[in-house]
Ligand binder design. Structure first.
Ligand code: SAM
Length: 366
């Protein structure tokens, strides 16, 4: 735990810029280690504001902050568990998920890393939630038998992202063996893992969208291998459903699908046609508002021939300010240079493939 001298140095460092002079000054007064720690905490508290509304009162480690779940997503994780029941967070890190779980009932957090345990204990108290946090091996604690378990195995080693889930800590397979036995178990994994792997784990798989990014894949036990996507900001949820049809060119409106909708194979749930081989562009005659879609009015479509595209831009008095692409090997910045016009109303270029051919649509954001 943080001692009184650390609390004092933290307070003194609060408004001081992290210059060598200030770090040295507090280092002389307290200790170089405490001084570096205090300035580091303030730097991390500043960065932590992106994830936590009370970051200015929390305690972090660098790795712990980086691995921590955003509080909005953590609140969703917590909402999956019944209110009031005790949940074990097996590998709780600095406690982002633990705090959200604590808002709905009793929690037990365990982590191998002593510093993380200290941070999690402090952070839980910042929010005034009750819970037990201790140092230990999650697998040993799990072996004692639990009804409700959350786990977010470490996916980084020395700051590098681990690609193989068998390198995650604790190992996914070891966690899975335990989660198969509980009343409700939720495991957070990378959405980049292959379908066969994720769908083979035996639980339901939910891809999570936040800030228009597919942030994670949640595997929920017990499950029936159902696949879905959830949109944190709106609370919308859709089940996987394949597209039934794709057209060569978009009609009146083109829609860019949310990455989690694409990742969960749920494009068909929008009940529109796909566009070419884009796996992510949809089209409709109707103007549709949906948290899963970003809409554009289609102004022109045709093959990717620079002269044709430039003629269309000139005729429409349009100037391209962004290039989007799906499934096409082009460099957007180089395309932007190639279609540069001096003036015109702002439009965007959307590029996608149909077999070997590349098709372009000139669109206007709605
Ligand atoms: C991805 S982090 C958890 C982040 C946490 N969910 C949050 O949002 O703050 C994974 C944590 O698991 C811990 N860990 C790894 N192996 C462990 C084990 N065998 N037992 C307990 N903790 C472990 C690491 O120390 C790390 O803090």
């Amino acid at each position: 735990m943080v001692n009184e001298r650390q609390i004092a140095v933290l307070e003194e460092a609060r408004l001081l810029p992290a210059t060598a002079k200030n770090i040295g000054k507090l280092g002389d007064k307290y200790s170089p280690e405490y001084s570096r720690w205090a300035f580091g905490q303030w730097e991390m508290r500043k960065r932590g504001k992106e994830k936590f509304s009370r970051a200015a009162m929390m305690q972090f480690t660098r790795a712990g902050l980086e691995m921590a779940t955003h509080e909005r997503i953590a609140a969703y994780h917590a909402s999956l568990f019944p209110g009031g029941v005790e949940v074990l967070d097996a590998g709780c890190g600095i406690g982002a998920d633990l705090m959200a779980l604590g808002a709905r009932g009793p929690v037990v957090g365990v982590d191998l890393d002593r510093e993380h345990v200290n941070c999690a204990r402090h952070n839980l108290s910042v929010y005034g939630f009750k819970g037990k946090v201790g140092r230990g091996d999650a697998l040993e604690v799990l072996a004692k038998g639990w009804d409700y378990v959350y786990c977010d195995p470490g996916r980084r080693d020395d700051g590098q992202r681990l690609i193989n889930p068998e390198d995650y800590q604790p190992r996914v397979e070891d966690l899975r063996q335990h989660l198969m036995q509980v009343k409700l178990g939720v495991m957070k994994l990378s959405p980049m893992l292959r379908d066969e792997y994720l769908f083979g784990l035996g639980g339901d798989v939910r891809f999570v969208s936040f800030g228009r990014e597919c942030r994670e894949a949640l595997v929920i036990f017990p499950g029936e291998k159902r696949v879905s996507a959830v949109h944190i900001e709106s609370g919308a949820e859709v089940e996987a459903r394949a597209l039934t049809r794709s057209v060569a060119e978009p009609v009146r409106y083109l829609y860019e699908a949310d990455p989690a909708l694409i990742r969960s194979h749920a494009l068909g749930a929008m009940e529109m046609d796909g566009v070419g081989d884009s796996n992510g562009y949809l089209t409709s005659e109707e103007l549709i508002e949906s948290p899963w879609l970003r809409g554009y009015e289609v102004l022109w479509s045709g093959p990717w021939r620079i002269r044709m595209v430039k003629d269309a831009l000139r005729e429409g008095n349009w100037k391209v300010n962004a290039v989007k692409k799906r499934g096409v090997k082009v460099e957007p910045s180089s395309v932007l240079r190639q279609v540069e016009m001096k003036n015109g109303d702002p439009v965007q270029l959307v590029m996608y493939a149909i077999g070997e051919k590349v098709v372009v649509s000139i669109v206007r954001a709605m």
